[in-house]
Structure formats: structure tokens, C-alpha cells
Design a protein around this ligand. Sequence first.
Ligand SMILES: Nc1ncnc2c1ncn2[C@@H]1O[C@H](COP(=O)(O)OP(=O)(O)OP(=O)(O)O)[C@@H](O)[C@H]1O
Ligand SMILES: [Mg+2]
Length: 375
Amino acid sequence: MRLIAPLRATLALGARPRHNPPFDRGESMQKAKINTRVFSGVQPTGNLHLGNYLGAITRFVALQDAHDCLYCVVDLHAITVFQDPEELAKNTREVTAAFIAAGIDPTRHIVFNQSQVSGHAELAWIFNCVARLGWLNRMTQFKEKAGKDRENASAGLYVYPNLMAADILLYHATHVPVGEDQKQHLELARDIAQKFNNDFAKTIAREGYPGGFFPLPEPLITGPATRVMSLRDGTKKMSKSDESDMTRINLTDDADQIAKKIRKAKTDPEPLPSEVKGLESRPEADNLVGIYAGLAETSKEQVLREFGSAPFSKFKEALAELATTRLTPIGAEMRRLMADPVEIDRILNEGARRAHAIADPILAKTKDIVGFIRS
Ligand SMILES: Nc1ncnc2c1ncn2[C@@H]1O[C@H](COP(=O)(O)OP(=O)(O)OP(=O)(O)O)[C@@H](O)[C@H]1O
Ligand SMILES: [Mg+2]
């Protein structure tokens, strides 16, 4: 068995990647830091919003005490839809600032931008040749983002889920905190890992991984706000790319903007119910209660215990105050960090260097398994 040094060291620790389904399904996460590696990403597409914060970034923060984490600003994903180059650079720094302002520690964990580690693109190409067209055709995000003018969508947007699988598997990551909208892509990543393990089973075994080379990554979709909806339409996801700024609360909004957006958020004429069941078929009410629960780090039940039968006017006032208290310090810290772009770039560069150290041996081994000659 020919193993390159860093990978051999990883294996000697008994850490990753010899595993086969059923792999660690999360139950043992609290106990076994050594068996887990967390990876997730956010696109630098501007307008970071409350959905990104509650569905993803707060989860990233929570995981860092017990796990080794890589948090990536996924600029390669961003360009699947055209980005102005100057805006892309600014947005990349802004997402980095948001990570840090929200509480991610880039000295203990790895914070970097995707394009600085070429292994993402290299592994994505291999996965383009593993994933099946039929699988990609089922992806709802492509259908939603391409819309009616599908012929005019970039080829990158279509193969986006293959790049996402590469992002995760390049590090043999085992757990991926994401919002509900990314569940389907995570399932595809698992299918790709499984198919690669099957297709190359012979060389994988010869290289010394009888249980398979890539782990099957687990999505971590947790908390009361895994799918924050638009403030103007409770059936549509809150999104960076929505044309109307009134649909979302941005992390950089000030107290007045937050209060105005919540005041104007769509609701229905009924007061709030006292039980969660009463939120069924009331998407806007359900959304606002979920947002409150997410920001207060409690459950929808608890929120309704406090606000059940209250009119929306009263609830919205409390929600605006809570959102302002939670978000405006983050916005202020982001602005402070953004004022020093050289320092942000240094953090990204250092993160990329550390990401390379994990990715390079895994990519090299993948190439051996596929049959590429490396000299
Ligand atoms: N409305 C939302 N509620 C909860 N989580 C969300 C929401 N929107 C995005 N996320 C999560 O935020 C993370 C970053 O996603 P992403 O960068 O694609 O943001 P986005 O708002 O979907 O932007 P875009 O519209 O450009 O795709 C992902 O884990 C995603 O699941
Ligand atoms: Mg998205």
C-alpha cells in the first residue's frame, strides 16, 4: 500500500476515511471529535440575510466547540450566475467578515475562499464524470434558478451540485450544516460518493480502503429556522437573489430598516395561535414565529406560549426588538472588519494554506484511484 505521508498520518490516528455506510450518522458527534469533520459554505452573492444566519451561520458557530470545521466562501459557486468582478471580491470579504462577526474563530478553524484551493475544481471534474444526467435533472434548485429561460443558464449552474459534492468530499468531511434548501444536493453528494466507491472498488481496495474511499456525508439541518421564508411571501424562500430588499432582513441592516421590514411583513388577519398546530396553512405566521424562535434560541412552542392569541402588531414589535438586538452588533462588527480588507485577505490566505494541507493528499489519492499518473 502506497500512502502519501499526511494521509498516512491521518489514518494512523484512526481518524478518517476508512468507513463504509452506515457511517457515523451524527449520534456520536458529541463524543468523537476525531471521527468527524464539518464542512460548509456560503456564496458571496451579496445581501447576506437572516436565512443564511439562522439556517447556516449560527449552526456553524455552534459546531466549532466540538468539531474540526472548514467554512468556505464558495466563490466558484457564485459565478454560476454572472458576478461583477469588483462586487465578487467585496462580497467574498463580506461573507468572511460575517463568519467572524457571528463568532467563527478562524484561528481554531479553517476559513477560506474556494477558488484558492484548486482541488475543488479538479475533484468536481471527476465528479462530473461520475454523476448521471438523470440525477442532475431532478435538482429543484437548478429548475428554480434557471427559470423559464433554461437554454440561457450557464453549464456551471447545471453541474453546481457536483462541485458541492467535491467541496465536501475533498476534505473527507462527514457532516455538513446547511439550510433545508440544500438537502437534495447533500443527497446527491452521498450518491456521488457511493457511486465513486462502487465504480472504483477494485483500485480503492488495492490502495488500502476496503470500506470505500469517500465517506457518505450527513446533512445537519437543525433548529427552528432551517427554511426562513420571504417576508412578503410565506411560500418563497428568503434569498439573496430576490429583487426586492423588503423580502429579507440583511445582516447589515440598521435598526430602522429591520423594524420597517418586520412591520411591513405579510401576515394574515387572525391573532397568533397558542399551539404549533395552529400555524399549519398559515405560512407567514409560521415564518415569523420560526424567526423569533431562531433568534431567541428557543422553540416555536415556547414562542407561542408567550405570544399565543396576541395580535401581530404586538408580536411584530417584540420581534423587531429581538432582531435588532441580535443582528445590529453583527452588522457593526462586519463593517469594522471590512474596513481592513488586507487583514481579511490574510485570514483567507492562511485558511487556504491549511485547507490545502488536508485536501492535497486526498486529491492525490483520488487521482491514484482513478488511474491518473502523477510524477
Ligand atoms: N431562507 C433560508 N433559510 C435557511 N437557510 C438558508 C436560507 N437561504 C439559504 N440558506 C442556507 O444558507 C447557506 C448559504 O446558501 P447560499 O449562499 O446559497 O444563500 P442563498 O440565500 O440561497 O443565496 P442564492 O440566492 O445566491 O443561492 C446554505 O446552507 C443554505 O441552505
Ligand atoms: Mg442558495
